[in-house]
Design a protein around this ligand. Structure first.
Ligand code: 0GY
Length: 304
């Protein structure tokens, strides 16, 4: 089936630079997606956008180019609860990829076990209204209770302003809980202001909560250009991500977010994104935890 991209959709950056920062051996890109290809894995009828194709082979080529050893492939909303493209990437990765699925209440135990065998280790609950329709919380809690015995975790994606309303639900989840992109803070607000303090409190008071310190390109207002005298792009995101890494070094993950759904203004050079890492994880010990030890503990615990 042929699919027309959403008007204005930006294709991923086809010739990323070689990063200056050399990631540690065994590093994991813990947040990335595959899109289709649509002819092989059709996009979901209920999707809110139609992306460009972004195949497993292209993802694995990027992994090698950037120096990563492994990927965690997160189910993207354009595929709804049909996890076949993501699972296909896992089973063709030579054990170098694990995944996070989207499932509905009707998923069978046999389907969950098959996904586990393929390498799925979590489910994603998305609360970003522009991306998904509402799912009742009791349905999500039921899913969380079913995946918990498999040792899986729950990945949550939400906007910072919605954290107060979602707090009770999040803190009732029975598994490790991984927050996408630091709960999408508004980085024009102070890093020690009430909004981000609430997120820090969420992590401080709930030791099962982890955060991806990813997606500066999504959160930044200053953007990718290093300004006069500034050495780094996306500099307005640094204080937020650095604060989370400094405070919770054992509960942070990092990912490229390739192929970068829904970016309107610019498509990041993935090499530049890797060069962002040493600005937020400033010691080799922090970098080792962020890129290797933490994702390995969560996604490949049997190798620990
Ligand atoms: C991300 C962010 C976005 C999209 C999705 O599954 C998705 O469609 O996650 C977004 O638009 O903010 O993590 O990839």
């Amino acid at each position: 089936m042929k699919f027309e991209k959403t008007p204005g959709w930006l294709d991923w950056y086809s010739s990323p630079s070689k990063p200056n920062f050399k990631v540690p051996a065994g590093a994991v890109d813990a947040h990335c997606h595959v899109f289709g290809p649509g002819e092989e894995f059709p996009f979901a009828p209920e999707r809110k956008y139609t992306p460009c194709d972004a195949s497993k082979a292209q993802l694995f080529a990027l992994r090698d180019h950037l120096g990563f050893a492994r990927n965690v492939v997160v189910q993207a909303t354009c595929h709804g609860a049909d996890n076949s493209a993501m699972v296909d990437a896992l089973v063709h990765s030579n054990g170098k990829a694990r995944g996070v699925a989207t499932v509905k209440r009707g998923v069978t135990d046999a389907e969950l076990h098959a996904m586990h065998t393929a390498g799925v280790r979590g489910v994603r609950f998305n609360f970003v209204k522009r991306l998904v329709d509402f799912t009742p919380k009791e349905e999500l809690l039921e899913i969380a209770n079913r995946i918990a015995p498999l040792g899986w975790h729950v990945v949550i994606y939400f906007e910072a302003v919605d954290l107060p309303e979602l707090w009770d639900f999040f803190t009732a989840l029975p598994t490790t809980v991984v927050v996408d992109h630091m709960g999408r803070p508004d980085v024009t607000k102070p890093v020690d202001g009430p909004e981000f303090e609430l997120f820090v409190k969420f992590m401080r008071e709930h030791t099962n909560v982890w955060s991806k310190v990813s997606c500066p390109e999504r959160l930044s207002v200053t953007g990718p250009k290093a300004l006069n005298g500034e050495q780094n792009a996306y500099r307005d995101v640094i204080p937020f991500a650095k604060r989370i890494v400094d405070s919770f070094p054992d509960r942070v993950l990092w990912g490229t977010d390739w192929p970068h759904p829904n970016l309107k203004d610019h498509m990041p050079d993935d090499g530049l994104l890797v060069d962002f890492i040493p600005h937020i994880a400033t010691t080799t010990e922090q970098q080792q935890k962020l890129l290797v030890d933490n994702p390995m503990r969560l996604y490949w615990p049997e190798e620990q």
